[in-house]
Design a binder for this molecule. Structure first.
Ligand code: NAG
Ligand code: NAG
Ligand code: NAG
Ligand code: NAG
Ligand code: NAG
Length: 307
């Protein structure tokens, strides 16, 4: 099936030393959050996803209390081709405290039922971010990149990855997007000191405010999007523009179309479009990770391929 682009991405860590203000956030084009009549914030696409998953998968674990931190893949029953190796790999890393202690938002955003539920409460989201954002980003980036490389090893999930398994491909993409997502979700509104992400996720009148966070995961904002033209948005886009230059980051594909859509709404020059996407080859020392083509990641998401 889909083959990954044989581009090699070297650590985002290395890059981040030079692109201090580059953080991409990625948006799912179809994701909409809004406030329900009950007052609960909902994310339509995600609830659809979970309904679909519920129909398809056996719920394996979903017993967290409100004080627990959400974990990724909390309701997913894996169905990998090489069941033993890939499933074992997921079981192993999900139980590894060094990894889970990073509380990677990039892994939680689309893959955690518990995280989805925290979106109902600003206090709950804030608590999750407070934990996630106090982790050592540099160390966690390195952990996530190592995990991404391990994921693709033949003794782990390589076969499933090559077979286009959407879970494996999604995990890989989420791991690569760890740092841009960390930077973006940890931004605070300079006036209120609240997390920009919390304002965005709880804004019932402006679902696109939340959608911008799916850009680093491979989803562009479409023309006609109407995010709030705030300082939070501008700062986030500034971050993303830096990561968009990084070869292999999903933002290299999603940033420019999104920036154009945002500028159509917020005004020319609100987000820079004067960048060369993917121009910063990740070369030199460090880990080389073959990155999937973002377009294929998106289609894999759409055509969920677990049996
Ligand atoms: C959650 O786990 C606790 C302790 O493990 C248990 O007492 C409780 O019944 C569980 N709740 C649900 C809804 O499964
Ligand atoms: C499945 O994983 C095992 C290691 O657990 C490996 O030896 C085997 O070659 C893999 N099978 C395929 C078809 O990739
Ligand atoms: C947990 O993950 C860390 C970081 O990748 C790794 O160094 C360590 O060996 C892992 N521990 C186990 C028990 O697998
Ligand atoms: C919510 O969105 C509306 C419409 O874009 C905007 O006017 C308002 O400032 C936003 N609220 C917050 C807290 O961001
Ligand atoms: C675009 O960026 C380049 C390099 O940063 C700069 O030299 C050029 O003046 C910029 N162009 C515009 C229109 O801002």
């Amino acid at each position: 099936m889909a083959r990954y682009n044989p581009l090699y991405l070297i650590l985002i860590t290395v890059l981040c030393l030079s692109c201090v203000s580059a953080q991409p956030v990625e948006q799912n084009a179809n994701m909409h959050s809004g406030r329900h009549a009950s007052g609960a914030i909902i994310a339509d696409r995600q609830s659809t996803t979970y309904q679909e998953k519920a129909a398809r998968d056996i719920v394996t674990a979903s017993n967290t209390t409100s004080t627990d931190m959400p974990v990724p893949y909390d309701t997913l029953a894996y169905n990998f081709a090489n069941t033993t190796s890939c499933t074992d790999f997921y079981t192993k890393w999900r139980a590894n405290k060094t990894i889970t202690d990073c509380h990677a938002i990039s892994l939680l955003l689309e893959n955690s039922n518990a995280f989805f539920h925290t979106l109902r409460s600003s206090a709950a989201i804030t608590r999750v971010l407070e934990t996630s954002c106090t982790q050592d980003a540099k160390k966690c980036t390195s952990i996530m990149d190592d995990l991404a490389a391990d994921l693709l090893k033949s003794e782990n999930c390589r076969e499933d990855y090559h077979n286009g398994n959407s879970v494996v491909k999604g995990t890989y993409r989420d791991l690569v997007a760890y740092e841009p997502m960390y930077r973006a979700t940890c931004l605070r509104n300079p006036v209120t000191q609240k997390y920009c992400f919390v304002d965005a996720a709880s804004n019932s009148t402006s679902p696109d405010d939340y959608n911008i966070y799916f850009m680093p995961l491979g989803n562009s904002l479409g023309m006609g999007s109407k995010p709030t033209c705030s300082e939070c948005l501008q700062t986030s886009m500034d971050l993303f523009s830096g990561w968009a230059k990084v070869d292999g980051q999903p933002l290299a594909t999603t940033y420019l179309p999104s920036a154009k859509a945002i500028n159509a709404h917020c005004g020319a020059g609100f987000a820079t479009t004067n960048i060369t996407v993917g121009s910063d080859a990740v070369t030199g020392a460090g880990l080389a990770i073959p990155l999937p083509r973002v377009g294929m990641v998106i289609s894999a998401l759409v055509a969920l391929s677990f049996v």
